[in-house]
Design a protein around this ligand. Structure first.
Ligand SMILES: [Zn+2]
Length: 472
């Protein structure tokens, strides 16, 4: 009860429309949406403010029903009716609805390595949860299930990413008693003992420097927080209970530049590992790159990536630039690890995972650009840079401005973007697209060793600057 059922379909504009909900409700009136401008994401993101394209949508009818107490339905068909001004009418089946009145909650346990929860059915990525996390599922739409996080928060999970727990399983709930920190050398571990694996989310803030850990289903009984005072990174920890069964831990940090974190479960203990600032070399004759571990990710392979007008393959250019950059960084004393060589292909997820496993200080993914359909590359091209976590913004900004200054190409923009290689949380991670494969002049430049070297040098200088500024 209280759930909102929205029915919408597209048909001939200018008609009357109704929907019929099994035994629940007969012929509820629907409305045709007034001409609504829907943004085409491609131009909204990559175009100018002024030339945002819209898709004219007409003939879209919507209707709403709010599930009432006492409503029952099991696979009740939903019908829609469209009545043309000339009197012709058309009925068609829309789908079906079931209402679950079971007083026994449905509890599921996540079964895949990392499960993505979305903001809605087909919504954007929201939470990334480890196996064994328990969720209370309260509804279904198509292939997605709704997980109830708190009284006011939901997230959606794809069918098949979990297994059902037997009826009678307790709801995912826990109290949080003692929290403690532990200095483990190159990182500090925050231990949060729980009674079950609960859904959680880590939110990073750069100013003030903090990590906020939100645990759904948890209630504070936190009388003790034990600090390992030798930790160079944790300044202080506070807990709060912003809502019933929502527990939040705010971990204030001593870092201006944050270097990464990882969260995982050990049994039912939630562990948050926060990386310490690496020991960055000082002194007039020593590069701050000395001793640093840089993971380079030349984009694509086995897929070709973008292909230029004279058949230049992006994957080859990306690798050529990465190899040049590798040499430059090694000359400065850095250790460079590559996610791929000439031969092997590797998935996006494995690239991010590789960088975390080798415990790199930064991950830099190198690409060259093409645009989504419908955007004119002759109007929109040049240097662009992408990041995901707040800790990566500063690196992205440095690399972007270095590339712009060196290459003298147009500024195509600095973007927050939900890209797999940027989503790695264990280190600052940035993806660069120095030039455009699709523009003949830029393709010709990308073919030359000289231009590839220019890009490599700009990136090396940028990384050097980043480490230098990141000492504290
Ligand atoms: Zn690419």
């Amino acid at each position: 009860p209280g759930d909102v059922l929205e029915v919408s379909f597209r048909g001939t504009p200018g008609c009357q429309a109704y929907f019929h909900l099994g035994d629940l409700a007969e012929w509820i009136q629907m409305q045709e949406k007034s001409h609504q401008a829907q943004l085409y994401w491609g131009t909204a993101v990559f175009g100018n403010h002024s030339d945002v394209d819209t898709i004219e949508a007409s003939g879209i009818y919507t209707g709403v029903y709010i599930i009432q107490p006492g409503d029952t339905a099991t696979n009740q068909p939903i019908y829609c009716r469209l009545i043309h001004p000339n009197g012709q009418s058309l009925d068609f089946a829309y789908g079906d609805i079931s209402i679950d009145h079971s007083p026994v909650p449905k509890v599921a346990e996540l079964s895949t390595e990392t499960t993505v929860l979305r903001t809605g059915p087909n919504g954007v990525y929201y939470l990334f949860l480890p196996p064994g996390t328990k969720l209370h599922l309260t509804g279904r739409r198509g292939d997605f299930w709704r997980a109830k996080l708190s009284n006011s928060e939901d997230a959606w999970i794809a069918d098949g990413d979990f297994r059902w727990l037997p009826s009678g399983t307790l709801l995912p709930r826990s109290i949080v008693s003692t929290v403690r920190t532990e200095n483990r050398g190159c990182f500090t571990r925050v231990h949060i003992p729980l009674q079950q694996r609960l859904p959680f989310h880590v939110e990073q803030s750069v100013d003030p420097a903090e990590l906020r850990l939100r645990i759904w289903g948890a209630t504070a009984a936190t009388n003790w927080i034990r600090h390992d005072f030798t930790s160079p990174v944790v300044r202080e920890i506070r807990w709060s209970q912003p809502a019933r069964e929502v527990f939040e831990l705010t971990i204030r940090l001593n870092q201006k530049q944050q270097w990464g974190y990882a969260s995982h479960y050990d049994g039912t203990n939630l562990l948050l590992d926060i990386k310490h600032t690496p020991k960055i070399a000082r002194g007039l004759f020593r590069s701050p790159l000395k001793g640093r571990v840089v993971c380079l990710d030349p984009g694509h392979n086995p897929d070709l990536g973008a292909v230029g007008p004279t058949r230049l393959e992006e994957r080859k250019v990306n690798l050529a630039i990465a190899l040049k950059l590798k040499k430059l960084l090694e000359k400065k004393g850095a250790t460079v690890l590559m996610t791929r060589s000439d031969r092997q292909g590797i998935t996006l997820q494995s690239r991010a995972k590789f960088a975390a496993i080798v415990n790199a200080d930064v991950l830099l993914s190198i690409h060259n650009n093409a645009l989504p359909d419908g955007i004119n590359p002759f109007q929109h091209n040049g240097v662009s840079t992408y990041y995901y976590h707040p800790q990566s913004y500063h690196l992205a900004k440095i690399l972007h401005s270095r590339l712009l200054k060196t290459l003298k190409l147009p500024d195509h923009g600095l973007y927050y973007a939900n890209l797999a290689v940027c989503r790695v949380s264990q280190m600052p991670a940035v993806l660069v697209e120095p030039a455009f494969m699709m523009i003949p002049e830029q393709e010709a430049l990308l073919r030359t060793d000289k231009f590839q070297m220019k890009i490599a040098k700009a990136l090396m200088k940028g990384l050097e600057q980043f480490f230098k500024e990141g000492r504290r």
